[in-house]
Design a binder for this molecule. Structure first.
Ligand code: ATP
Ligand code: MG
Length: 402
């Protein structure tokens, strides 16, 4: 019985002059997420976006399920509801309530033996002849015409069934359910970034958080073939496929770090290997980002989580990047990171153990407070490492489904 889905958004609605751009991104993203439904049309009008069939008509249950599942990945949405959309005339609105409410009443009564209901109306169309309160009474009466509402209790504070109604100038709608969206900003409304993506738990979550702030994410991963197995990269590809279901797909740059790792192993103090690897990763990533017009690097680093992530080490690693580095998990506990990982569907992939590039030739006790001067001394032992980095960059493979 629902002929439209209404999408609500908070944060973008208050963006003043940028609102147009935010709404356009939101609409593009909804089309992308609902590409399995080619016959839909997404429209907007002052603070609301709605989805309909191009030729009108009701959505089927399967279509609504698909919409529900996919809109949960539409960053920028605060909530959405399947609705009955009609003209802003009392008789039409009443008819919509009469037709749709019995099914809801019956369902809850059958399940619980009792049910309470209420009507919540609002109007942004101020010349509509009835005020919200009057309209609520009229719609409660309409509901009673097609169902014996004596079986129901009215509860204005906490009801089993809330009949929602919004009256706007060009149309009105009735709804019964409100599903949560993921919030944030529509992906593509901020500059694109490059995520350093390992197969771990943290960096996919960092990707999620950046997409939620409007950044389309691209990815770079480092492996150490032949010291890491092919599974290392296969796992990262799976994560990329998953993350890309939330956005217009980003590219994955696949980079073999082994040549510089061997050089570090052969020339530098063992304790410094991890920090040195990370500085090399940052140097390569910054160039890849610049070349592809990506405006920042992003990592899943979290303060104090492991030896390489003390404040002092993070500072020394950061120093190797000429580019802005964002660390959305810097202040987040692992337990909360895992919750997001589960919510986004990455945990099942991330938890599978495969060797990581960082652990190749890893020291048993890495330095936890590396001093920059000392690290630079270690790097000076590497004869012309820039040439090796250039060679590594030339061999980067790109994985993309565009
Ligand atoms: P993750 O769970 O994301 O692997 P972690 O807690 O295991 O993080 P580290 O292995 O120290 O921590 O890595 C910290 C960050 O460095 C990662 O979140 C990621 O952004 C980046 N990183 C580490 N290893 C790689 C790699 N092989 N390829 C790309 N980025 C990496
Ligand atoms: Mg890791």
């Amino acid at each position: 019985m629902f002929n439209a889905v209404i999408c609500r958004y908070n944060e973008i609605a208050i963006k003043g002059g940028n609102r147009n751009m935010f709404e356009s991104r939101m609409i593009e993203n909804i089309y992308m997420l609902l590409k399995e439904l080619p016959s839909i049309k997404v429209s907007r009008e002052r603070g609301r976006i709605w989805i309909k069939h191009e030729k009108g008509g009701d959505f089927s249950c399967e279509e609504l399920e698909l919409i529900k599942e996919n809109l949960q990945r539409a960053f920028g949405l605060s909530s959405f509801s399947p609705v009955i959309m009609c003209r802003s005339e009392l008789s039409e609105i009443e008819k919509a309530v009469e037709k749709s409410s019995p099914e809801y009443f019956r369902k809850v009564l059958d399940a619980n033996g009792k049910a309470s209901f209420r009507v919540r109306a609002r109007r942004s169309f101020k010349s509509f002849p009835f005020e919200s309160k009057e309209l609520e009474i009229k719609l409660a009466e309409a509901a009673s015409r097609s169902f014996d509402v004596k079986k129901l209790a009215v509860n204005l504070h906490k009801a089993d069934i809330t009949i929602g109604c919004e009256v706007r100038e060009k149309f009105s709608f009735i709804f019964y359910e409100e599903f949560q969206g993921p919030g944030g900003l529509p992906t593509g409304s901020s500059s694109p970034v490059l995520i350093l993506l390992s197969g771990g738990i943290d960096s996919p979550v960092a990707s999620y958080m950046m997409m939620k702030r409007g950044c389309r994410v691209n990815f770079i991963t480092f492996h150490s073939d032949p010291y890491t197995p092919p599974e290392t990269v296969e796992k990262v590809k799976k994560l990329v496929e998953l993350i890309n279901t939330y956005q217009r797909p980003g590219k994955l740059f696949i980079c073999n770090l082994a040549p510089i790792q061997k050089m570090i192993r052969d020339n530098c103090d063992e304790k410094y290997r991890t920090v040195l690897y990370r500085r090399m990763m940052f140097r390569i990533a910054a160039k890849v980002a610049r070349y592809n017009r990506l405006e920042a690097l992003v990592t899943g680093e979290s303060v104090g989580q492991v030896a390489s992530q003390t404040i002092i080490n993070l500072g020394v690693i950061d120093n190797a990047s000429p580019m802005l580095v964002l660390r959305p998990l810097a202040g987040i506990d692992k337990i909360d990171t895992i919750k997001i990982s589960e919510k986004m569907g990455a945990f099942e992939i991330s938890k599978i153990q495969v060797p990581d590039s960082c652990t190749v030739f890893a020291p048993s006790s890495p330095v936890t407070s590396a001093r920059l001067r000392r690290v630079i001394d270690e790097e000076e032992k590497l004869d012309d490492f820039e040439t090796v980095l250039n060679e590594i960059r030339k061999n980067i493979e790109v994985f993309s489904r565009n």
